[in-house]
Design a protein around this ligand. Structure first.
Ligand code: MEV
Length: 311
């Protein structure tokens, strides 16, 4: 039922998680990156007219929640809706502060729910802009890759605000292991910017190397060259370590995955905590071996998503 402003009583929205396969951090400085949607982890939002905001499931970090709330307020302002209070209920099925795109997915789900509540259609560009508005509040400097990836249904290649499908000829399991350590993206992004700025010549060498690894990975991914893709992912983990965003626990998890037969392993997302991903054969036996090794090495939980199949 609509009221006189075209508003309904309730709107719903959903958005899924993502992992960055390769290229996090350097993507903020203009290099390409590849991200993969993780549809099995998702945030559900319900927007009602009136009331106060509620979150269910693990509580999102304040900055993430505040990015979401401010993106919603901005949207209502743009639509000239100043006389309505929106009660936003979020069920958070993506562990927050783990580099899985939780803040972007929160905002995407909320914005979709509020658009439906208000009887408005958002096109892809408006949705992207609205989620990016929240991400800039949550992360400070945000490249846009998290926003693009939580809105995408297939792997993407992202560079300087533009995303396009990443061709995927690899069939693999991607194991995601939670280190149990909260990783806040904002300080990690600031630390990398400082590191690159301290020694601009070295910084530019690092960015060139990162670009080469991502370009090669895009080719390996497209051509189904899983072993070479794995090696590039592990090398990128070392690049991220050199930028100061790995931790001994993340290195330890990546090494455990490699010892258990993964083709490659690296931290994913902002780092300084969060998750490690490991590239595995598509068969469940090798995936289980790697998951067990990751758990024994201290991962508090693991998930599997697939490359080249339903995620
Ligand atoms: C966070 O998932 C990815 C970063 O590269 C930040 C960004 O691109 O906005 C660390």
């Amino acid at each position: 039922m609509d009221d006189s402003r075209g508003m309904r009583l309730r709107g719903t929205g959903h958005a899924h998680a993502k992992v960055i396969l390769i290229g996090e951090h350097t993507v903020v400085h203009g290099t390409p990156a590849i991200a993969v949607p993780v549809r099995r982890l998702q945030i559900d939002a319900i927007a009602y007219l009136g009331g106060t905001n509620t979150t269910t499931g693990p509580i999102a970090p304040d900055t993430a929640r505040s990015g979401t709330d401010q993106a919603v307020q901005e949207l209502l302002r743009q639509w000239g809706i100043t006389d309505a209070t929106v009660d936003l209920r979020l069920h958070i099925g993506i562990p927050p502060a783990r580099g899985l795109g939780g803040s972007a997915a929160c905002t995407a789900a909320a914005v979709r729910a509020v658009a439906q509540l208000c009887g408005r259609e958002l096109d892809a560009a408006q949705l992207y802009e609205s989620v990016q508005f929240g991400e800039r509040i949550a992360h400070g400097r945000a490249s846009g890759i998290d926003t693009a990836a939580v809105l995408a249904s297939d792997p993407i290649r992202f560079e300087r605000g533009e995303s396009r499908p990443a061709a995927c000829g690899v069939r693999a399991g991607l194991i995601i292991a939670d280190s149990g350590i909260r990783g806040e993206t904002r300080p990690a992004v600031a630390a990398v910017a400082a590191r690159l700025g301290d020694d601009p010549r070295r910084g530019s060498e690092i960015l060139t190397h990162a670009r080469e690894l991502v370009e090669e990975s895009a080719e390996f991914l497209s051509a189904g060259r899983i072993a070479e893709l794995g090696r590039a992912l592990s090398e990128f983990h070392r690049v991220l370590g050199g930028l100061g965003v790995s931790l001994p626990r993340l290195d330890h998890l990546a090494e455990a995955a490699l010892r258990a037969g993964a083709y490659g392993a690296k931290l994913t997302g902002g780092g300084l905590g969060g998750c490690v991903i490991a590239l595995a054969d598509p068969d469940t036996e090798s995936q289980q071996r790697i998951r067990t090794a990751l758990t024994e090495a201290g991962a508090i939980r693991t998930w599997v998503t697939t490359l080249g199949g339903a995620s």
